[in-house]
Write a protein that binds this ligand. Structure first.
Ligand code: PAF
Length: 298
């Protein structure tokens, strides 16, 4: 594979900067896309920095407000509430690795399902400041074709950049699985202001974590998804493995930013309601996070 491939990364957050930096390091022509012109100017001037252990590397890459045409791959890593605002180039493979439910459907509407690949990543990255991230743990990136897009090149591009990649035939199942886990860990860590691992140490919090993941799994069940492993066990394992991590939702709350609660708990409540299934605990944490967001903004 030639390194002359052009890849756009949409969203200059913790994961967006990590993916952009790693791809640039591997020699790809990388464009980082951000809708805010002033931040684009600063990112062009200052570059991006990735810290891993006690090593730090700086990359000067192209940064634009719009995705250029003729891209070999576009990786969408914007917050879920920004998906609807994206302008996508035609006939280009688009890979979403975003959190929550509903992103793929919005992207399909914009560009046609034949261009869409979807999945998740468990790479852990923290935004220290604009353009500067700490890669706290390597993970797995799982991707699959939504309908007919080829997975071969996207997989090779990511592997070439050092990511561990798995291919799935059912990206929607993988997205549901991650969303159910996020529906437990993210709001609870954000409300309690604790790192992921503490959820296992507080008896009542652990109980609530289990109940939230069970509610989410039941809603997934109404859409036909069955999981080979208990998602409660998976969620507890994630808390253990990422014990010191500050979840993305807690990072947002601490920074006074809007969270992705709508695409996680909000979607679970909405889809549960459509299936005549109540999700009382999910609804309460949804209401609490929405309240926290408004308290932060007020
Ligand atoms: O959103 C996050 O922070 C992560 O998906 C997870 C798994 C909760 C770990 O922090």
């Amino acid at each position: 594979m030639s390194n002359a491939y052009s890849v756009s990364i949409v969203g200059p957050g913790a994961l967006g900067c990590l993916f952009a930096g790693k791809l640039a390091k591997a020699g790809f022509r990388v464009h980082l896309i951000d809708y805010k012109q002033e931040r684009v100017n600063r990112l062009i001037k200052n570059g991006i920095e990735i810290i891993e252990g006690d090593k730090s590397e700086q990359y000067h890459i192209h940064v634009n407000t719009h995705i250029p045409t003729m891209q070999d791959l576009v990786i969408v890593l914007v917050k879920s509430y920004s998906t609807a605002n994206l302008i996508l180039p035609p006939d280009t493979p688009i890979l979403t690795l975003q959190n929550g439910l509903g992103n793929v459907e919005i992207l399909c509407k914009k560009t046609g399902s034949e261009n869409i690949l979807a999945g998740i990543t468990t790479e852990a990255s923290t935004l220290i400041e604009e353009g500067k991230v700490r890669h706290t743990a390597s993970g797995t990136t799982i991707l699959g074709s939504w309908t007919t897009a080829s997975v071969k090149e996207p997989k090779e591009i990511l592997e070439r950049a050092g990511f561990y990649v798995e291919v799935t035939n059912s990206p929607s199942q993988v997205i549901w699985e991650k969303t159910a886990i996020n529906a437990g860990i993210n709001p609870l860590t954000a409300i309690l202001n604790i790192p992921n691992g503490m959820l296992l140490k507080i008896r009542e919090a652990r109980e609530l974590l289990r109940e939230l993941v069970i509610e989410a799994s039941k809603v997934a069940g109404t859409e036909g998804y069955r999981f080979s492993r208990s998602l409660v066990e998976v969620a507890e394992e994630v808390c253990e493995k990422t014990a010191d991590n500050i979840s993305s939702m807690l990072q947002d709350i601490r920074a006074g930013k809007r969270t992705e609660i709508d695409a996680i708990s909000g979607e679970i409540v909405r889809r549960g309601t459509s299936a005549f299934l109540t999700t009382p605990r999910t609804k309460v944490v949804y209401q609490l996070i929405r309240s926290l967001e408004q308290r932060e903004i007020a």
